[in-house]
Structures are given as structure tokens and as C-alpha cells.
Design a protein around this ligand. Structure first.
Ligand code: IPM
Ligand code: MN
Length: 354
């Protein structure tokens, strides 16, 4: 296993730079103690750069990103930039061009963290959502006719190829096998209404599952019911696989059950290429520069990144440190309510992983 990794760091907008700074601090401490070196290169893509230069993401940046072992992202979104420009131009463009076709989002309640779910604890809330990350409603297929008139029509297509569905399902089956928890993969769809797209998903799910993963139990839930059970009986879930839009929606629900955006992290994964890890919350402009935002989500993203790179020991050390602060230190995960500043939380973790 190689012990040196090249990491592109994209702090982005709002509180992104603050949380990424702490994640980098913790990464460096955890790696140094275990003989791993990270060669990190920072990029200033985001709202400030766009407002200054008019450039969202230079084409050369995509090519440069291909040369890294992984990417660590803070947050994208600026109050002075029209919604969509930065999200589409940076986040979605990187996901698409680097073909990060999986969005891996663990829903895990850490000890000491408060959940809005009654009578549920870390035992019950511990599953993973595998969200397809490059297709579906996110492909941007569609358009307007008669725009601006009372008869205007807008169409936006949920597009999926068998190829896209299949590679996502295979990843989910493999992940379920590796996770070896309850050996259960649930497909989240809407076969009663989206009778083309989720028909394709469902057929592929059972075909691949029965021929190549017979030991993995297969379950199916409609997306609306999935939401209900994520609240009522989260312990039913082990791994959930779903399309892009449903995955976006249910992972916000999942995030709030694990304590919210202060802790929820995800990975945009290209199993054959360069992957990008991020806290799943936004840029939280109103907390920018105040040193009050919770950096744990970014730190959890850093742990996922090290796990992905094959550095399990580093990843586990970071995760253990997260458990230490959630169970023994923080009063709450909310910005300004932790009982510590952003940098103090980073310091505690850095010390714990050393
Ligand atoms: C997410 C975000 C993005 C998405 C937005 C910012 C484009 O909500 O990562 O979940 O919809 O995928
Ligand atoms: Mn989202």
C-alpha cells in the first residue's frame, strides 16, 4: 500500500473553508501518527472567485483533478450568486465529468448525539444510502416551449440507461456484502407511478441480485414509504440503493435523524477513478467567519476519504475521535451551541488521533 497521497482540497464558499481547515488539521495529525503523508493542494473555486473573475470552474481544473488520489470539498453556494450557477458549475460538473457515479451517504447516529426520533439510538440508526449520482433528473434533459406565455410547457426528464442502473446496483450489492451487517439491500423506487424508470431499476435489481448475490436479501420500498420507515423503523435498513433525485431527498431526512448537517458526510465515488468527499450540508453563510460552525461533518468526510484510499487505520482513528467528542465533549452539534468553537473541536480531535 502506498503511503503518500495527493489530495486536492476545495474549501469553497461560506463556512466551507473553516470546516475544511479543521478536517485538514485532523487528517494531518492522524496521518503523521501512522506513517502516511498527504500532499495537499488547495483550489479557490467557489462564489468569491466567480464574482471576482466570472469563471466558475476552468476546464483545465477538471483535467488537473484527474491527477489526484482524492478530492476533499467544503461547501458550494454563495448568497450573492444566483442559485444553480455554482452548484451546477462546480459540484455537479465535477461529479459528472469525473464520473463519480455513486454518492455514498452513511446515516449513522454517534453516541451522545441527539436524534429527533423517539426511542431510537445508535443501535437503531446505522445504515448507508447508495445514491446514483450521475443520472436521472440530474442529467438536465428537457426544456421549455412557449416560455413566458400562459401556455408554457416545461419538461425535465428522468433518464436512466441500463448501464447506469446496473453499475450502481452492482456497487450497492458489493457494498452490502463488504459491510456484512445484515446482508440486506433495499431498493427505493416508485414502481407504481414511474413505471418505466423504476421498472428498469427493479428488473435489474432482481436479475443481478438473484444471479450474482444470492446471499444478499433483497427488499423493495416505494420512496414515500421509505421516508416513513426511516423515521418509524430505521433499524430495518442496512443498505438502501436508489436513483439520484430520491437519494438526494431521503439523505436529507437521514441526515436529520443522525443529528443534522453538522455531522452528515458523503462520498462522490468513482470506483475506477477519482472520488470526492464532502460534508453534505451547505455553505451556511450566516455563520461564516464566526468560528462557531460544527466541523464534524467535514472531519467525517475526511475519514471516509481515508477509508476509500485504503487507510483503514487512519479512518478508524478519526472516527473514534469523533465518537469521543460527541459522547464526552460537545453539548450539541448545532452551530454556536457546541460549547466549543470550530477550531477547538478540531484541536480536540487532532490531539485524540495523534
Ligand atoms: C447534495 C446537494 C446537491 C444535490 C445540490 C447542491 C446540487 O443537495 O449534495 O445533496 O442536489 O445533489
Ligand atoms: Mn441534497
Amino acid at each position: 500500500m502506498k503511503k503518500k497521497y495527493r489530495i486536492a482540497v476545495l474549501p469553497g464558499d461560506g463556512t466551507g473553508p473553516e470546516v475544511v481547515r479543521e478536517a485538514v488539521k485532523v487528517l494531518n495529525a492522524a496521518c503523521a501518527a501512522r506513517g502516511v503523508t498527504l500532499d495537499m493542494q488547495e483550489y479557490d473555486f467557489g462564489g468569491e472567485r466567480y464574482l471576482r473573475t466570472g469563471e466558475v470552474l476552468p476546464d483545465s481544473a477538471i483535467e488537473e483533478m484527474r491527477g489526484y488520489d482524492a478530492i476533499l470539498l467544503g461547501a458550494i453556494g454563495h448568497p450573492d450568486v444566483k442559485p444553480g450557477i455554482l452548484e451546477k458549475g462546480i459540484l455537479l460538473r465535477l461529479r459528472f465529468e469525473l464520473d463519480q457515479y455513486i454518492n455514498l451517504r452513511p446515516v449513522k447516529l454517534y453516541p451522545g448525539v441527539e436524534t429527533p426520533l423517539k426511542n431510537k439510538g445508535p443501535e437503531e440508526i446505522d445504515y448507508v444510502v447508495v445514491r446514483e449520482n450521475t443520472g436521472g433528473l440530474y442529467t438536465g434533459t428537457g426544456g421549455f416551449t412557449m416560455k413566458g406565455t400562459p401556455r408554457e410547457i416545461a419538461v425535465q426528464g428522468m433518464v436512466y440507461s441500463r448501464f447506469q442502473v446496473e453499475r450502481c446496483l452492482r456497487y450497492a450489492f458489493e457494498y452490502t456484502r463488504r459491510r456484512a451487517k445484515r446482508n440486506t439491500l433495499a431498493l427505493c423506487g416508485k414502481t407504481n407511478v414511474l413505471t418505466y424508470v423504476y421498472d428498469l431499476w427493479e428488473r435489474a435489481f432482481h436479475e443481478i441480485g438473484s444471479s450474482d448475490y444470492p446471499e444478499i436479501k433483497r427488499e423493495y420500498y416505494h420512496v414515500d414509504a421509505t421516508c416513513m420507515w426511516m423515521v418509524k423503523n430505521p433499524e430495518w435498513f442496512d443498505v438502501i440503493v436508489t436513483g439520484n433525485m430520491f437519494g438526494d431527498i431521503i439523505t436529507d431526512l437521514g441526515a436529520i435523524t443522525q443529528g443534522g448537517m453538522g455531522i452528515a458526510a458523503g462520498g462522490n465515488i468513482n470506483p475506477e477513478g477519482v472520488s470526492m468527499f464532502e460534508p453534505i450540508g451547505g455553505s451556511a453563510p450566516k455563520y461564516t467567519g464566526k468560528n462557531v460552525i460544527n466541523p464534524l461533518a467535514a472531519i467525517c468526510a475526511a475519514s471516509m476519504m481515508m477509508n476509500h484510499l485504503g487507510e483503514k487505520e487512519v479512518a478508524e482513528a478519526i472516527e473514534k475521535a469523533v465518537v469521543y467528542v460527541t459522547s464526552q465533549k460537545l453539548k450539541s452539534l448545532g452551530a454556536g451551541r457546541m460549547g466549543y468553537s470550530t477550531s477547538q473541536v478540531g484541536d480536540m480531535l487532532a490531539e485524540h488521533v495523534s
